[in-house]
Design a protein around this ligand. Structure first.
Ligand code: ADP
Ligand code: MG
Length: 239
């Protein structure tokens, strides 16, 4: 299968570099190869490259710090959303790198990713882990403050049927936020089902992916899809 081969190639190139943590843009390459929708993203090593990338992607764009030593990019002042001119992109590059250096002076900074801006929507998170006994496991929850504050998440063993995925979605307490309350339109639950199944299949076929965290996924109204906004993949200690 073409997708399996593509993912295997990406993972082995990470291994060849002696690493086990994929950066955001690398994690998104894996998701894209696996058919999970993600933002288009490019790594820029300097401000001029960032401007070129932004021109290709079309304004507005989002820029984020790219460093193996910074996990929570916003905490480091490393995320800027909705930049809409060359001047803004140029300045953002410097500001993002400066605040990352201030946040963690010894961090290895690879550059700044430039990515397409996605209008805000309902947020969910999808994760995977490898349970020592049961193997690949998928986690689902609402994004943003909900998941941290309420621990409102559901789990299933992979691979998942569409019915398993639907159950995972409907059993969280926050489900009405997705189903739509008071005349609000329903979120695209089929798009979440598809992402849950694909994430489960990925973790099932690649047990060396010990952890995957897609947080957030923006989910649009029914029929309009869902897209991974941030992603992180961690490989097993040794191949
Ligand atoms: P981190 O979790 O490392 O702090 P994220 O990549 O999740 O960084 O970005 C932080 C927040 O910025 C996201 O939760 C989202 O609200 C917003 N954001 C990030 N990327 C985009 C994007 N491409 N389009 C729109 N909003 C974005
Ligand atoms: Mg995030």
């Amino acid at each position: 299968m073409a997708a399996h081969k593509k993912v295997a190639e990406i993972l082995s190139s990470i291994r060849e570099q002696g690493r086990r943590k994929l950066l955001e843009h690398e994690s998104k390459q894996v998701l894209a190869a696996w058919g999970i929708p993600t933002t288009r993203v490019e790594l820029a090593r300097d401000a001029a490259e960032a401007v070129r990338a932004a021109r290709e992607l079309k304004y507005p764009v989002v820029m984020k710090i790219s460093s193996p030593d910074i996990i929570h990019k916003s905490d480091a002042g490393g995320v800027k959303v909705g930049l809409s001119s060359e001047l803004e992109v140029h300045q953002a590059f410097k500001e993002i790198v400066d605040s990352a250096r201030a946040y963690r002076p010894n961090a290895k900074i690879l550059g700044v990713t430039v990515q397409e801006y996605v209008p805000h929507a309902r947020e969910v998170i999808v994760g995977t882990l490898q349970d020592p006994t049961f193997g690949a496991t998928v986690m689902f929850g609402l994004g943003g403050v909900w998941v941290e504050a309420l621990k409102d998440v559901s789990f299933r063993l992979a691979p998942l049927t569409a019915d398993d995925a639907r159950e995972m979605i409907s059993e969280i307490k926050g489900y009405p936020i997705l189903a739509g309350v008071r005349g609000e339109p329903e979120a695209d639950i089929d798009a979440i089902v598809d992402i849950l199944q694909k994430a489960g299949q990925l973790a099932h076929e690649f047990p060396e992916i010990v952890e995957m965290d897609i947080n957030p996924i923006f989910v649009f109204d029914r029929g309009k899809g869902a897209i991974a906004i941030d992603a992180r993949i961690i490989l097993k200690e040794r191949a």
